[in-house]
Ligand binder design. Structure first.
Ligand SMILES: Cc1ncc(COP(=O)(O)O)c(C=O)c1O
Length: 369
């Protein structure tokens, strides 16, 4: 049996006719950048999240960068984020000229270790940027309290957490802003690049709209130097077709996760833990195992594709060598990087495929015990 890591065609195939209608509509009204498809999707996504405003952007990285720029975070400022995330989280900080300050992650939830945040705060700190990693929310109550106590912005990197919940509220609605990626493989993905920001702050939303469109509110009148971080009309239409399916797809992911969890009980495979106040939407299903690299290779030989999220923590990436971190600074992130393995996880994945992955994993792990 061959099990891919994700199967985007299986998700998109039933929607082909609706996608074709979007294409036809966009051809007819010719609003290829921003325009009515974007406005409708922004309204729909804000309503889905329970946020007052949604402002789309060209991708998740530029969504994060726009928020930092709109909050006037720049050279001389520091932003606290995690060592175990995709590099885009930190790139958005460096793109505005600020400095990412890393903290370690919690060994159980894999999210920001809230106990190490306060000691990372300096007079230059402007924001805390937790990542809702793999589709599970960080400990928002504690982080919001720290942000309030120190007068810092809390910006959520919700790029992996479309529909994830914390105490019944959706990821992206806790901080001053939440940032989403619509990279095709995300739980809600475009057919290309895409991103969005959610916020309840009307003034911030207005500033974000201006900044993403060359600092302009009226064509050829520019109040500030901005960016070209606009989303294409076509992607807005596609995302609006896909949005009503998001909760169903997330439930399918949770069913696959339940199969894996049951199978791995009592074994040497450490499954992800759904934290008490959280609804995990399993953008990625990440286990820990000994001899990870060998097991990954053996799974590939059995037709099972896997991923690593992420093999090198950000503080040890060459790109950030000048930040001055070294091996041993964030022991949990470093240990996880050697042990984590992302298993196949996508809506439409059959129970047979999940059983096959689980059985193969168990066999490989028991052979090595
Ligand atoms: C945690 C995290 N932050 C930011 C991003 C950036 O999103 P994009 O690829 O749309 O720029 C991603 C996307 O992979 C991500 O996983």
């Amino acid at each position: 049996m061959n099990v891919p890591f994700v199967d985007l065609f299986a998700i998109h195939k039933p929607l082909t006719a609706e996608f074709a209608a979007v294409f036809q509509r966009v051809l007819e009204h010719s609003s290829f950048i921003l325009g009515p498809e974007i406005e409708e999707f922004e309204k729909a996504f804000a309503a889905y999240l329970g946020a007052d405003h949604c402002v789309t952007a060209s991708n998740g990285t530029t969504a994060l960068q726009l928020v930092l720029a709109a909050l006037k975070i720049g050279p001389g400022d520091e932003v606290i984020t995690v060592a175990n995330t995709f590099i885009a989280t930190a790139e958005a900080v460096t793109a505005v000229g600020a400095r990412p300050v890393f903290v370690d992650v919690d060994p159980i939830s894999y999210n920001m270790d809230v106990s190490s945040v306060e000691s990372a705060i300096t007079p230059r700190t402007r924001a805390i940027m937790p990542v809702h990693l793999y589709g599970q929310c960080a400990d928002m109550d504690v982080l919001l309290a720290i942000a309030k106590r120190h007068h810092l912005h809390l910006i959520e990197d919700a790029c992996q957490a479309h529909g994830a919940e914390y105490k019944g509220r959706k990821a992206g609605t806790f901080g001053i802003a939440g940032c989403f990626s619509f990279y095709p493989g995300k739980n809600l993905g475009a057919l290309g690049e895409g991103g969005a920001i959610s916020t309840n702050d009307g003034e911030l939303a207005q500033r974000l709209r201006m900044l993403r469109d060359h600092g302009s509110q009226r064509k050829y009148e520019h109040s500030v130097p901005g960016y070209n971080f606009r989303l294409e009309g076509l992607q807005g239409g596609i995302l609006k077709v896909k949005l009503p399916h998001l909760d169903g797809w997330n439930e399918q992911r949770r069913s696959i996760a339940a199969i894996y969890r049951k199978a791995f009980q009592g074994s040497a495979i450490v499954p992800p833990r759904e934290m008490p106040d959280c609804k995990h939407i399993y953008h990625l299903y990440v286990v820990q195992v000994e001899n990870r690299d060998a097991i990954k290779e053996e799974l590939a030989a059995s037709g099972i594709a896997t991923g690593l999220h992420y093999p090198v923590p950000l503080h040890l990436q060459e790109a950030y060598r000048d930040l001055g971190y070294s091996q041993g600074d964030f022991p949990v992130a470093e240990k996880l990087a050697k042990r984590i393995l992302s298993l196949p996880m996508y809506p439409g994945m059959s129970a047979e495929a999940a059983d096959y992955v689980a059985a193969t994993m168990l066999e490989l792990v028991s052979c090595r015990a």
